[in-house]
Design a protein around this ligand. Structure first.
Ligand SMILES: Cc1cc2nc3c(=O)[nH]c(=O)nc-3n(C[C@H](O)[C@H](O)[C@H](O)COP(=O)(O)OP(=O)(O)OC[C@H]3O[C@@H](n4cnc5c(N)ncnc54)[C@H](O)[C@@H]3O)c2cc1C
Ligand SMILES: *[C@@H]1O[C@H](CO)[C@@H](O)[C@H](O)[C@H]1NC(C)=O
Ligand SMILES: *[C@@H]1O[C@H](CO)[C@@H](O)[C@H](O)[C@H]1NC(C)=O
Ligand SMILES: *[C@@H]1O[C@H](CO)[C@@H](O)[C@H](O)[C@H]1NC(C)=O
Ligand SMILES: *[C@@H]1O[C@H](CO)[C@@H](O)[C@H](O)[C@H]1NC(C)=O
Ligand SMILES: *[C@@H]1O[C@H](CO)[C@@H](O)[C@H](O)[C@H]1NC(C)=O
Ligand SMILES: *[C@@H]1O[C@H](CO)[C@@H](O)[C@H](O)[C@H]1NC(C)=O
Ligand SMILES: *[C@@H]1O[C@H](CO)[C@@H](O)[C@H](O)[C@H]1NC(C)=O
Length: 486
């Protein structure tokens, strides 16, 4: 539903003839005046103190939460279009939240108008096309619960509770990616409300938007629905091995051997180096997408001295629980360093840096410093999809994913700076080993908000800016936080 719209004014009366409002919205409206207008157009709006408001601004990480002036819960694409139209004319800061797992404050939180996608809860599986249609307010667990009992799966999050929307629009690292690619490579369609209010079904035939939405996060409109390919899913062999820091040499030898030699796309090892309780602790989750792994594949890992953990064959739903973060806390950041090979000496450097960074923040409220890696030597894992906003190059690259959890807001800057210095030293070390990192790009879903957009979108930035000009001429999506290509 589109209405004639000048860039300067919008007559809200167009939307609700039955309760004609004669309010002419303009750029001098305060946020709370805009909230009142929204309350009379898409009604209701929610104010601080109400249960809906609390749910709408809530994030998995308290450090990603802000107190919005008001919140709205659109129920249809038309509602979404109305909200974009009003806030676009009033130039009101806003945020759109899928489920709220972002690690960056201001990305799906705001002090302006909070849009919560909580009514977009549709999940429907089409047995004929084997495609599942999923609303923007759904978590991956909810999708697994629908498709897993049918013997099907989607390439979604490796931990419980994560949202489909932000995860997919930013990339999507998943257990099946060596077989099927990033989550954004498993999308077959989007329903998006464009910043102009136009509702569009986007498929690979829509050259520019297809490219821009996959990796472009919230910069091209508000996606209300996703269509994903599904894949057959049987029982999976896994084990979570906990290893004391004392075994780091044997651990790194086994992990390096696996990462360098395993080219089996069904195999994954998620490896964590943690500085916790003033000591180095190691963990790896081994995953094989069949009831039994080939003989010998994980033998070196299973022989790491003092490792605890018992292999088992189970269903995907049960495995999801293994991704639950080991420690909880109120403030959190991710960081990313991308490299092109995980060699033994680089793993040694990661273990060292875990301790160096951990000790550097020992006097702060930090509870955990961690570096996580997950990509074995499947060189073509990024070759499963057509070109997309992210990653700008489909050559092999893989993440060293920094994490920190802490308690006091006053430590935010120091902890992020230390974690990023550790990541920078690891990148420099990889280069000193001869790695060419010139084509690598940082993964937006785990990059802190101070990451320059050039480091994410690289050579795609020019094209993205052009597409942005065409589909968001008034810069409506520039009123929300995130990695801005405005
Ligand atoms: C415990 C935990 C586990 C994780 N596991 C994984 C993992 O296995 N693999 C992986 O790749 N990442 C993982 N992540 C990172 C994850 O990809 C991001 O946190 C992602 O942002 C989550 O999506 P969301 O919808 O919950 O986020 P939100 O916080 O709701 O949104 C994130 C961004 O997307 C935008 N957005 C949300 N909905 C829409 C929409 N409908 N239209 C347009 N823009 C929208 C928001 O504005 C915001 O900028 C994990 C994070 C956590 C905290
Ligand atoms: C904006 O709207 C307000 C309230 O209706 C009005 O008082 C003001 O004159 C308008 N400003 C402009 C620039 O149109
Ligand atoms: C939000 O408001 C509540 C209640 O007034 C307050 O306790 C909290 O600190 C505020 N949070 C932020 C992030 O400003
Ligand atoms: C959910 O799906 C039904 C049936 O396809 C459709 O009528 C309805 O509009 C959808 N709701 C949302 C919020 O997308
Ligand atoms: C997964 O296995 C558990 C038992 O471990 C069972 O309760 C559950 O129903 C299974 N789920 C699916 C989708 O097969
Ligand atoms: C921390 O380490 C101390 C000794 O090094 C140990 O006694 C304690 O149980 C550990 N705490 C946790 C939560 O692991
Ligand atoms: C490792 O195992 C050996 C023998 O099984 C034991 O003596 C040693 O204490 C263990 N070390 C740790 C750190 O658990
Ligand atoms: C890691 O630290 C150990 C002990 O301090 C040192 O001998 C080794 O050279 C370091 N390795 C790397 C790759 O930094």
């Amino acid at each position: 539903m589109i209405h004639p719209l000048s860039l300067w004014v919008v007559w809200v009366v167009f939307f609700l003839p039955a309760f004609a409002l004669d309010i002419q919205v303009n750029a001098s409206f305060s946020v709370s005046q805009v909230c009142h207008v929204l309350g009379r157009t898409i009604e209701p709006v929610y104010w601080p103190g109400s249960k809906h408001y609390d749910a709408d601004i809530k994030h998995f990480l308290p450090s990603s939460t802000q107190n919005a002036t008001c919140s709205v819960e659109p129920k249809s694409t038309r509602d979404v279009a109305t909200v974009l139209e009003v806030i676009g004319v009033a130039r009101t800061p806003f945020a759109v939240k899928g489920v709220g797992h972002t690690s960056n404050v201001g990305f799906s939180s705001t002090t302006g108008v909070q849009i919560a996608m909580s009514h977009f809860k549709n999940i429907s599986y089409d047995a004929k096309t084997q495609v599942v249609t999923v609303g923007a307010g759904v978590t991956w667990d909810e999708v697994y619960a629908v498709v897993n009992p049918l013997g099907r799966n989607v390439a979604g999050a490796r931990a419980p509770g994560v949202g489909v929307a932000g995860f997919t629009l930013g990339g999507g690292v998943n257990y099946l990616q060596n077989e099927v690619g990033l989550t954004l490579d498993t999308v077959v369609g989007f329903t998006v409300v464009l910043p102009t209010g136009l509702v569009k079904e986007v498929t690979e035939n829509d050259h520019d938007l297809w490219f821009a939405l996959r990796g472009g996060l919230n910069q091209f409109g508000i996606v209300t629905e996703f269509k994903f390919k599904t894949f057959p899913q049987g029982q999976i062999w896994t084990v979570e091995l906990d290893v004391p820091g004392e075994s780091v040499d044997e651990f790194n030898a086994a992990v390096a051997d696996f990462f360098e030699t395993s080219t089996d796309p069904k195999a994954t090892a998620i490896v964590q180096y943690r500085y916790f309780n003033s000591s180095l602790q190691l963990e790896t989750t081994l995953f094989y997408n069949a009831p039994t792994p080939p003989k010998g594949l994980f033998d070196k890992m299973l022989a790491i001295p003092n490792a605890s953990g018992t292999p088992a064959t189970r269903n995907f739903t049960d495995i999801l629980a293994l991704g639950t973060p080991a420690v909880s806390g109120s403030r959190f950041t991710f960081d990313d360093t991308e490299v092109v090979q995980l060699s033994r000496s680089l793993l040694d450097a990661i273990a060292n840096e875990t301790v160096v960074v951990g000790q550097a923040v020992e006097d702060t409220s930090a509870q955990l410093i961690m570096f996580m890696i997950w990509q074995n030597n499947v060189q073509d894992y990024l070759s499963h999809g057509s070109s997309s906003a992210w990653p700008p190059s489909r050559s092999f690259e893989t993440s060293i994913n920094g994490w920190s959890l802490w308690l006091d807001e006053s430590d935010d800057d120091a902890i992020l700076a230390n974690l990023q210095s550790g990541g920078d030293r690891l990148g420099a070390y990889a280069q000193s080993l001869g790695q060419d990192l010139s084509k690598t790009s940082l993964y937006p879903n785990i990059s802190p908000k101070n990451t320059p957009v050039e480091a994410i979108y690289g050579s795609n930035l020019g094209r993205l800016k052009q597409i942005k000009k065409k589909y968001d001429p008034a810069g409506v999506m520039c009123l929300t936080g995130g990695f801005k290509i405005c």
